[in-house]
Design a protein around this ligand. Structure first.
Ligand code: URA
Length: 226
């Protein structure tokens, strides 16, 4: 049964002879009207604790000031996924608060949204020392946390920022230049890959391409709420 698509799921239930769905008043429901069997908030709090206690990557656990779980709306329609916390994020415990983060905030606001409306997180929840790229085993260790975050939030669209987030979500080694610009899919959710804001700080001439990608996201979000 197509549980990822609520409308197809309901249609399939109807074809199976289900005429009515009983949704208890106190159950957690989303825009779809389909009952969620667990509370998103409780799930996120429990997950945040697991992230805080994680010591799977020895070097990262020893060197971090704190883990950086993510921030924003846990019922967001749009989730941004970056690579890993940097020095500023490690200090503050929040994602994308440094220079790249300030540019991301401007991009989000140009889309007519706010940081509070979306959810922002990273593939890695700990800072790699010296801002080195995430090691493959670190991505493997940390990916279940990201997977669970996305499962709980159930956004309408995911935006992967840069090579590492895009490759981790799509399980590919194709370059970001080939991945960006069109929607892919992550677990049935439309996924737009785009350049990382830190790359845009180095190559401002590429901002136009990111804006093209953001316009496609805006359009997809509008279609999803029609
Ligand atoms: N770069 C990222 O990928 N994530 C952050 O949180 C900050 C900078």
């Amino acid at each position: 049964m197509p549980k990822n698509d609520p409308l197809l799921f309901l249609k399939a239930l109807k074809e199976d002879g289900v005429e009515h769905l009983y949704i208890p008043r106190n159950s957690e429901t989303r825009g779809t009207g389909v009952r969620r069997t667990e509370s998103v908030k409780d799930g996120m709090l429990e997950l945040r604790d697991r992230v805080r206690q994680c010591k799977q990557c020895d070097e990262l656990a020893k060197q971090r000031t704190q883990t950086v779980f993510g921030s924003g709306n846990i019922r967001a329609k749009l989730v941004f996924v970056g690579e890993a916390p940097g020095a500023d994020e490690d200090k503050q415990g929040l994602p994308f608060v440094g220079r790249a983060g300030q540019l991301l905030t401007k991009i989000i606001e140009a889309m007519g949204l706010s940081r509070e409306e979306v959810f922002i997180c990273n593939v890695l929840k700990c800072r790699p020392p010296g801002n080195r790229p995430p090691a493959p085993d670190e991505v493997v260790n940390c990916s279940p946390f990201l997977k669970r975050q996305l499962e709980l939030i159930m956004p309408k669209v995911i935006c992967a920022l840069g090579t590492h987030a895009s490759q981790a979500l799509l399980q590919t080694d194709r370059p970001i230049s080939a991945l960006r610009g069109t929607f892919s899919e992550y677990e049935g959710i439309p996924l737009m890959c785009t350049y990382h804001p830190a790359y845009l700080l180095r190559s401002p001439g590429e901002k136009g391409k990111v804006w093209e990608d953001m316009k496609k996201i805006i359009q997809r979000l509008e279609e999803s709420s029609e």
